[in-house]
Write a protein that binds this ligand. Structure first.
Ligand code: AR6
Length: 169
């Protein structure tokens, strides 16, 4: 079973095999972590994303990391929070499952997730963190692969504390 760990960092600085991007369905960039990743990766990332034909909510697509320290970027599209009764839970879980699936399929050893959907898309951070940790644990328990480390990349001290508590349980 890979190690699960929370770190407080700008995800664009992490030297892992793959970082996950909380993108939108166009895959053509945006604000938040998506904007930061495109700025750090350089224009070649956008060129590669243009060839992907977008991405549905809950699904994921992989590109090179270009100028990032991470070799790969896994772009996933989280749900917009609309109160919780519109499939948000299942769609957010699918983001973690499909992203891990791509990393495992490629034989990657390390991956870092941001707190998908908890910024501009408004998903309550405590519910999102609980779901993220549970889904990653459940997926890894049933998927053999080379993955050694899964990082939850937190952008605030509050999120870091949340993930530390969940991971200690
Ligand atoms: N490193 C790590 N985490 C970050 C960084 C960073 N550099 N920057 C922000 N976060 P958001 P969403 C955290 O809004 O809610 C974009 O426009 C942030 O604090 O980036 O899934 C896309 O194109 C929060 O905890 O993504 C979509 O249109 C988390 O990353 C839309 O936003 C996610 O916040 C997606 O919204």
């Amino acid at each position: 079973m890979p190690t699960l760990r929370a770190v407080r960092a700008d995800i664009t600085t992490l030297a892992v095999d793959a970082i996950v991007n909380a993108a939108n369905s166009s895959l053509l960039g945006g604000g938040g972590v998506d904007g930061a990743i495109h700025r750090a990766a350089g224009p070649e990332l956008l060129h590669e994303c243009r060839l992907l034909g977008g991405c549905r909510t809950g699904e994921a697509k992989i590109t090179r990391g270009h100028r990032l320290p991470a070799a790969w970027v896994i772009h996933t599209v989280g749900p917009v929070w609309r109160g919780g009764a519109h499939g948000e839970v299942e769609l957010l879980a699918a983001c973690y499952r499909t992203s891990l699936g791509l990393a495992i399929e490629r034989g990657l050893a390390s991956i870092a997730f941001p707190a998908i959907s908890t910024g501009i898309y408004g998903y309550p951070p405590d519910l999102a963190a609980e779901l993220a940790v549970r889904t990653v644990r459940e997926t890894l328990a049933v998927t053999p692969g080379a993955l050694r480390e899964v990082l939850f990349c937190c952008f605030s001290d509050a999120d870091r504390a949340r993930y530390d508590a969940l991971l200690a349980a």
